[in-house]
Design a protein around this ligand. Structure first.
Ligand code: ADP
Length: 757
């Protein structure tokens, strides 16, 4: 019951080298049996059925070099007195405050834990005021400096009471963080009133939905900018949300460069800040000075065992595999965030021989999986490389779940066009959840990340072995040397218009008007770097369009889900007519959609949405699409037709024909999958268009991810994985095989780069 200081002092005063805590299970009900067992196993607790046995154990040990000689009779007397105090409700020896929860020590087994005071908390530190602002020796505020937690003095005096360290840390941490940004104390009433009076909000449209910004003004000075609400993609938008508000305050301006990869979010933050300033009655002309927050990071030469260029799916699994084998690993990523196309993907991955296939009794094999991919790709892939992916896929799925910690949907197993059986797994949280788990594991394993750093050139030694990568960041450059190997994991060239135009032979026009579903950094850099040192390129003309994407961005449409769930839905054109078998390959569907001249629509009904839990799983996506007026839901076919100006008579006829085909099994477009009739509303309609999605072409590799040159020889020291590779898919990258390819081959490349000479 005494303070920690008093207990410590009393222990030290004994002049001994240890004291003991004595208890039985009655008084330690707050510890689980498991915890007690762990302490016993660790040798930190003695346990015995009788007091004599307990004392024998105590006396058999040395404590800091000395034995002790405890007397059983005295111990038993002490315990009897203790029990008496509990009964009486009063401790006449040490005046302990006896509480109802204090138990008696009667029945064995008895426990003893040796204990001795140790330095625990340092109450002293820097002086702060109640806003967590640091004070100098004269008691004046040092502007711009805050302190919180154990670094401060003056909170606890001579004795920090138990459990007050964490409350100190979190409370003053919160005060310091708030005051540093807003100049107000969240617990001081006047400050709160002032802050509310001087805060103005602005709302502007970001990438996915509205972005709300709160701006606090003191006179004409912007004292704080906070993004209060948004629907932007985690990861991609992080830097814009964290850094732009600071730059606005530091530069007193809204004329700032957008953050790379997050230009929509950046523009929304700047625009919303402008709206708030206008709301505050300020003249925007006074907030237009160009400003650049100075970068404090220095780029320096460094050496690692494995150097990975590109931090998407392939780069991250490569990093995890290499680091888990003891290699030192760096991931060089040109964007301010990790994840690439993997981050914005749905995350689905086709893997053969997994737990879900076993549970559902689905017969699959690497050969069947590889054949599906090879045949769909018009046999233009290297079969042995496709087979290597299929062979390692099942084991990689288990590795992702059990070693990396990726959480998978426990029941979902999907099947997109091109697959003979259901084999696609779905990570919880889609691409964002997947990348989060990969990032966390790589971080735990000590992988170094160099963000906003671009891999520029591959450096070879005199034998031609790749030994380093020249990198740049802003106007700085450096050489990152690899002891073992370099992995290219830079993705495809979906965002590089010049390369589309240069290599396209299959599509009418892939110029600037064609949208792309890709992340901003996917510009073919790895292909260009590898080709500069003689790597062979394969299948470069094989550019895949995703048939049905968000027509405002070209990004994949998660609420088109019935299409990859073998479920009921139809595609119709502006005239309300079907024009294609909705389960043809992506190539044929995209061709058919481009032939429709403009937009097409995907239609399904409530029963389909309910069977797939779509409204629950994709509530946010429906809301975003509704805001953009590319999704509409209504009771009748007439209403959805009218909303998008489609001929409603034709649409009704189309659904009747579709249902007749579904009932007879004879679809007029030859469709056999997901031929489920749809009779009743409510109806869902989405507007879409085709966009560049995947580039199957890239560098040639062998089955262990070694890059091959134009002479057919291995380029020593260079490995490639993921969309940068041209050997895996041929003419068609089958749905859900991109993430599978990146993760499986990333891992193979990580292993090869660590172990191969
Ligand atoms: P994959 O699925 O093949 O792993 P992703 O698209 O997921 O491909 O990831 C590729 C990553 O590589 C992206 O995060 C992209 O920003 C990054 N990247 C592309 N070019 C470079 C480069 N020159 N230097 C560093 N990173 C790059």
């Amino acid at each position: 019951g005494a303070t920690r200081d008093e207990c410590s002092q009393a222990a030290l005063d004994t002049g001994a080298t240890t004291t003991f805590g004595i208890f039985n299970r009655n008084v330690t009900s707050w510890l689980t049996d498991e915890e007690i067992d762990q302490m016993i196993d660790a040798g930190r607790v003695f346990v015995a059925e009788t007091w004599e046995e307990l004392v024998n154990q105590i006396n058999a040990q040395e404590y800091d070099g000395a034995t002790i000689n405890m007397d059983v009779a005295t111990l038993e007397k002490t315990i009897t007195e203790h029990n008496g105090f509990i009964d009486a409700g009063e401790d006449t020896q040490f005046d302990k405050d006896i509480k109802a929860t204090h138990g008696k020590i009667e029945a064995g087994p008895y426990y003893a834990v040796p204990q001795w005071p140790a330095v625990h908390h340092t109450m002293g530190g820097v002086t702060i005021n109640s806003n967590a602002q640091v004070l100098n020796a004269e008691g004046n505020i040092i502007e711009g400096l805050y302190a919180a937690g154990e670094v401060t003095g003056g909170i606890h005096g001579t004795n920090r009471l138990g459990s007050n360290a964490v409350s100190d840390a979190v409370s003053f941490g919160y005060v310091a963080g708030t005051h540093a940004i807003t100049g107000t104390n969240p617990f001081v009433e006047d400050d709160i009133v002032d802050a509310v009076a001087n805060t103005f909000s602005g709302i502007a449209q970001g990438y996915k939905g509205p972005v709300t910004v709160d701006v606090t003004i003191d006179g004409t000075t912007i004292t704080s900018v906070v993004v209060a609400d948004h629907m932007e993609t985690l990861g991609i938008s992080d830097k814009a949300i964290a850094d732009l508000p600071k730059s606005i305050v530091a530069g007193q301006t809204i004329s700032l460069d957008t953050i790379s990869g997050a230009s929509f979010t950046s523009k929304a933050i700047l625009e919303a800040t402008g709206i708030a300033l206008t709301e505050a009655g300020l003249d925007l002309a006074n907030y237009q000075t160009a400003f650049n927050m100075e970068s404090t990071s220095e780029l320096a030469d460094a050496t690692y065992d494995v150097v990975i260029v590109g931090g998407g799916g392939a780069g991250l699994t490569g990093a995890i595999e290499a680091a888990s084998q003891g290699a030192s690993v760096v991931v060089i990523e040109k964007m301010p965030f990790l994840g690439g196309n993997t981050l914005i993907s749905h995350g689905e991955m086709a893997m053969a021989d997994t737990w879900l296939q076993e549970e559902l009794g689905i017969q699959d094999s690497p050969e069947l999986f590889a054949t599906d991919m090879f045949v769909a790709g018009n046999e233009l892939a290297k079969y042995e490389v496709t087979l290597a992916l299929a062979e390692a896929s099942g084991e990689t799925a288990f590795w992702l779940r059990d070693f990396v910690g990726v959480e998978f949907n426990p029941t979902y197993l999907g099947q997109e066009g091109g697959h003979s059986v259901k084999r696609q797994l779905l990570p919880e949280g889609n691409g964002v959840g997947l990348v989060e788990s990969l990032k966390e594991k790589a971080t735990d394993l000590g992988v170094t990340f160099m963000l906003e750093t671009t891999g520029e050139t591959l450096i070879q030694d005199e034998t031609g072995k790749v030994v380093a990568v020249e990198v740049s960041s802003g106007d700085q450059s450096a050489t990152i040397t690899a002891n073992n190997g370099v992995i290219l994991a830079t993705g495809g060239f979906g965002e590089n218009i010049e390369m589309h135009v240069q290599y396209n032979t299959l599509w009418p026009d892939l110029g600037p008007s064609m949208l792309s579903s890709n992340a901003k950094g996917i510009t073919g850099d790895g292909i260009l770097m590898a080709s500069e040192i003689g790597a062979n390129l394969q299948n470069m003309e094989q550019i895949q369009l995703y048939p049905f994407t968000d027509p405002t961005t070209g990004v994949f449409f998660p609420i088109e889900a019935p299409n990859w769930n073998a479920e009921g839905h139809v595609y119709v054109n502006q005239s309300g007519e079907r024009f294609v078998n909705e389960f043809l390959t992506r190539y044929h569907r995209a061709q058919a959609i481009l032939d429709q001249d403009g937009f097409v629509y995907c239609i399904y009904n409530q029963e389909v949405a309910d069977r797939l839990d779509l409204e629950e799983d994709f509530a946010e996506n429906y809301e975003v699409a509704k805001n953009k007026d590319i999704f509409y839901k209504a009771e009748t076919l007439g209403e959805i037709a009218e909303h998008f100006n489609i001929d409603s008579v034709a649409l009704t006829q189309t659904l009747e024909d579709y249902n007749a085909g579904a009932e007879s099994g004879k679809d007029e477009f030859g469709r056999e999958i997901g031929l489920v009739p749809m009779y009743d509303g409510p109806w869902f309609i989405l507007k879409g268009t085709s966009a560049i999605h995947h580039t199957m072409g890239g560098v040639e590799i062998d089955e262990v991810a070694r890059v091959i040159n134009t002479e057919g020889e291995i380029i020593e020291g260079l490995y490639a994985a993921g969309e940068v590779v041209g050997s895996v898919h041929g003419a068609e990258r089958v749905g859900s095989c991109a993430v599978a390819d990146a993760l499986v081959f990333g891992r193979i490349a990580g292993d090869s780069a660590t172990n191969l000479e």
